[in-house]
Design a protein around this ligand. Sequence first.
Ligand code: HEM
Length: 305
Amino acid sequence: MKKPVYLPFTSGQWRLSLGLKALPLKDWIQIDQEFVPYLQRKAELRQTRYAQVFGTTTGSETAQQEVLDELLHHLLHYFPDHYQLRDGVVTVLPTGDRWFLADFATAPLDLAGRLVQEDLCLLLPGRDGYTLRAASLSFPLYWQLQDKLGKAIAAIHDPVPGYAQSLQQPVNTYFDRLQDHAPGYRFNWSITDTPDLFLGHDRVNQVNPTHLTPENAGDRLWIRVERQTFRRFPQSQGVLFGIRTYLYPLAILKHYPHAAVGLTQVMQEMPPALQLYKSLLPIREVLFAYVQQSCRLDVTPVSSG
Ligand code: HEM
């Protein structure tokens, strides 16, 4: 599949909402021309910082196995040119990787994450609602797995301004009601100043505007979009939260004038606390100037409030 262009701010409207849509099962996993570099980057990260990119909790193994079994079934069915399974060995044909299923008996989700471009987070129902029980997470956006493993969804979102008021209840209800035959998806987006897929640190190194100008912003800033999927697995009742990260240079906006205007409109509407959280405040002015000059669009920023 050709790399899709997702620019979720195009409508120009902003609301802290679920934004969930029905996901046809055939579209659950996405493979594009960056398949090999993504899998290679995952392999490098496993070598240099395994504990940061894979985590598991005791008691989640059976659910992880269910995810791996279903994922393999899906991949062999929809992407027969990419995968082979023979005598307990999975081969990823484009990279030549060969994995023995038996080596992953205690960490099946680790193998699942090695097969696809997505990151995979497994949540299981518990006393405090759904908690994060295992994850293969190579491409976090300013968070660390160790901080979140074992926590419930609400606690995971503690740093997100407005989450408790606007999203906590709807997200919990969504998880409770999610049906195994009806998965869903939504988008999240950010602007970063690096094309590195692994941003496994806090937001201490916020985007630094010092050397940014409207002339160079197109190549120095990146639109980072997460296509997030939600799928329930019937045996364990676990929910797999898939995160597929797409990166585009800001300069792509020259080809999508509606999206360029939408971005500036969304930034006018978004509360300052969330702009700060998303590291948008420091680059707000340069983003407006970039859209105005490079995309030749007439947009005027109003005060951030
Ligand atoms: C429908 C379900 C969900 C919704 C609506 C939702 C919404 C959000 C929103 C609005 C943010 C702020 C991100 C931004 O705008 O840049 C966020 C951050 C985040 N979400 Fe979710 N989320 C959902 C499910 C999950 C699940 C299942 C996990 C489990 C791993 C998760 C993990 C995170 C993390 C780790 C962050 C970053 C928090 C931080 O800064 O420490 N989310 N989420």
